[in-house]
Ligand binder design. Structure first.
Ligand code: NAP
Length: 259
């Protein structure tokens, strides 16, 4: 797979780090010059990176093109490019649906959307893919785990549910800060908090879907400490508020995908 990236932003850099450092990728990768700082850094780090000025040149010299510009820039960018019928396109921008993409990459017809997340830089985490495509899934399986779905509404739901990232990191940071306020040294506070979150997530990842709620229930000793915190969180609407907002994120993504 000869890969080219148009849009060398944060997520392109994460994918490329993952591919070279964790997936044993051994083929050249072309990246667009923009963003200058990131493309320069990638070329300095990896011998197989070539920085290319002209986006069409990237298309012409690759067989898979990853579109990684911002959503509002995507269709305008695509309308300046000419694809071959044997090209594959992987589109990362949120809210740009398959119908619009297909209309802009003709005569190419092999297109998948994907939502890689920053942990792919470390070969970790799921990447939603729609529709399923064996080559696209193999790419993201190398830097985590592809989760391929046929239905674009399911894909949008996966995208929406990922909008918890900033909340998750803020929660971890708040927990570590609180430990520091209790005079736990910063390094131990950060290590302890992140280790707890990591261990709990790893444990949850090992159980069947039907068992997820039981993991919480099993922690609830009547009158115990976990029950105290969960009851307070529920009373304050913490979990319901986040879930309701995820629903509104989904609506927003669906509105964005309408012509
Ligand atoms: N970050 C994530 O975790 C994540 C996850 C999944 C999907 N996505 C999606 O992936 C896309 C990229 O996200 P990002 O976080 O990497 O954004 P970003 O850091 O803003 O990167 C976008 C890049 O596109 C470049 N660009 C803009 N117009 C261009 C053009 N005509 N030709 C070549 N390059 C151009 C920009 O260059 P300049 O800096 O020079 O303007 C910038 O480097 C977004 O659509 C986002 O929705 C992001």
């Amino acid at each position: 797979m000869m890969l080219g990236f148009i849009g060398t932003g944060g997520i392109t850099e994460a994918i490329i780090n993952g591919l070279f450092n964790h997936a044993g990728h051994e083929a050249p990768i072309l990246v667009s010059r923009r963003n200058q700082g990131r493309s320069k850094r990638l070329a300095e780090t990896f011998d197989l990176i070539e920085v290319v000025d002209d986006n069409q040149d990237i298309v012409d010299r690759t067989d898979w093109v990853v579109i990684s510009v911002l959503p509002g820039q995507t269709l305008e960018l695509l309308s300046t490019l000419r694809f071959r019928d044997d090209h594959g396109v992987i589109s990362l921008p949120a809210g740009i649906n398959l119908k619009s993409l297909s209309a802009h990459i003709d005569p190419a017809s092999r297109v998948s959307r994907a939502i890689p997340m920053p942990p792919v830089a470390f070969g970790l985490g799921p990447t939603p893919v729609c529709p399923p495509d064996s080559d696209v899934e193999a790419l993201f399986n190398g830097i985590g785990a592809a989760v391929a779905v046929e239905d674009e509404t399911q894909f949008t739901a996966l995208a929406a549910s990922t909008a918890i990232m900033a909340t998750f990191f803020a929660w971890i940071a708040s927990n570590a800060r609180w430990l520091e306020e209790q005079n736990v040294p910063a390094k131990e506070a950060a290590f302890y908090t992140t280790s707890v979150f990591q261990a709990l997530a790893s444990m949850a990842a090992r159980v069947d879907a039907a068992e997820l709620q039981r993991m919480s229930d099993d922690c609830l000793t009547p009158g115990g400490l976990n029950e105290q915190v969960l009851n307070a969180a529920r009373k304050a609407g913490v979990i319901d508020t986040i879930q309701a907002e995820i629903g509104r994120v989904m609506e927003r993504l669906q509105r964005a995908g309408k012509p």
